[in-house]
Design a protein around this ligand. Structure first.
Ligand SMILES: NC(=O)c1ccc[n+]([C@@H]2O[C@H](COP(=O)([O-])OP(=O)(O)OC[C@H]3O[C@@H](n4cnc5c(N)ncnc54)[C@H](OP(=O)(O)O)[C@@H]3O)[C@@H](O)[C@H]2O)c1
Length: 322
């Protein structure tokens, strides 16, 4: 039977990684936490290399690189789907979160649930497609968080699916206002607060439709393409203020937004066949990336649009009979 590696001078056993890799200094705190002291060992811990690694790991924990403790966040559209998962992820990692949606009953229900979980989350009724309501929302956020905001997650977005030539002027206006104008304006309104926090992070919810053509989604795809470019521009324009700007770009995630289209078995089969991981995504698989992009651990990442798509956007030729 293969023995677990033993570090001779330290009296520590690592049950998870090979002996040779123990001496590569790494910042991963799990590395240190995976060492278990040998209770029977009489030797005190002496190895200078391991000492250094341990100090680095402890520094990581102390510096809160992997935490959102003490941070403030605004997440739009937090009562369902991806937005709700983001609210819970950020609050669970220590942030104080404000969110908004249009349905008062649903918002109140969520707020009660979050309170019972011990999350610090407050909420406003706000339709982000309306300028006056966006302004009230930001005033509320400013008064709640002492005119400082660390995190802005522009999550609200909607979709209307039809051939390009069939869009009415009203539908064009709904999609442009909800998916782009509101986002652009919320960034403008949040800017003084983000700057005042000294450590700001904006995360946009884009879509793979902003990269590749998806049938009947020409206008939604155009709004997400615009979000992608805004992500890059803000990264450069606001870097001087220590505000980072990134986007997450999901493929099909099971939420109320796509419930109807995914109720077709044939459609679902086509989605699976186009997705290397052969499944839909879960909202928590997007929220984990959003949280990472808000943490000090991602402090050198800005201007990036990261797909959360089970490999869909890199899938080229995948013949069934080969
Ligand atoms: N689900 C996917 O497969 C998928 C894929 C790619 C990208 N996305 C993007 O991910 C984001 C979230 O999508 P989702 O699937 O989680 O959507 P969802 O299930 O429809 O949830 C949307 C959330 O936003 C709120 N909301 C919608 N319109 C609003 C408005 N005008 N003002 C304020 N709040 C509003 C909704 O609450 P109320 O209705 O009560 O206002 C709800 O809380 C969108 O930007 C979407 O484009 C989703």
């Amino acid at each position: 039977m293969k023995q677990a590696p033993i570090l001779p001078s330290s009296g520590l056993v690592n049950t998870q990684i090979p002996f040779s890799s123990c001496f590569k200094p790494r910042l991963n705190t799990d590395f240190i936490l995976s060492f278990k002291p040998l209770t029977s060992s009489p030797l005190p811990y002496k190895s200078p290399i391991l000492n250094r690694i341990q100090t680095m790991a402890q520094g990581n924990i102390k510096s809160n690189r992997w935490s959102l403790q003490g941070m403030t966040a605004l997440v739009t559209g937090g009562t369902r789907g991806i937005g709700r998962a983001i609210v819970e992820e950020l609050a669970g990692l220590g942030a104080t979160v404000h969110t908004c949606s249009r349905n008062e009953n649903e918002l109140d229900k969520c707020l009660l649930e979050w309170k019972s979980l011990g999350f610090e989350v407050s909420g406003s009724i706000c339709d982000v497609s309306l300028k006056a309501q966006r302004e009230s929302l930001m005033e509320k956020v400013s008064s709640l968080f002492d005119s400082k905001l660390n995190i802005l997650v522009n999550n609200v977005g909607t979709n209307i699916r039809k051939p390009m030539v069939d869009f009415t002027a009203e539908e064009v206006s709904i999609l442009l206002t909800t998916n782009f104008e509101s986002v652009f304006n919320l960034c403008q309104l949040a800017y003084p607060l983000l700057r005042a926090s000294g450590l700001g992070s904006v995360v946009f919810t884009s879509s793979v439709s902003g990269f590749v053509s998806l049938k009947s989604m020409s206008l939604q795809g155009a709004t997400k393409g615009a979000i992608n470019q805004l992500t890059k521009n803000l990264a450069c324009e606001w870097a001087k203020d220590n505000i980072r700007s990134n986007a997450v770009a999901p493929w099909y995630i099971r939420t109320s937004l796509v419930e109807q289209v995914l109720s077709s078995k044939e459609f679902l089969e086509e989605v699976y066949s186009r997705t290397p991981l052969r499944r839909l995504g879960d909202p928590t698989e997007v929220s984990s990336l959003v949280a990472f992009l808000c943490m000090p651990a991602s402090s050198y990442i800005t201007g990036q649009i990261i797909c959360v798509d089970g490999g869909m956007s890199v899938n080229g030729f995948d013949p069934k009979n080969y």
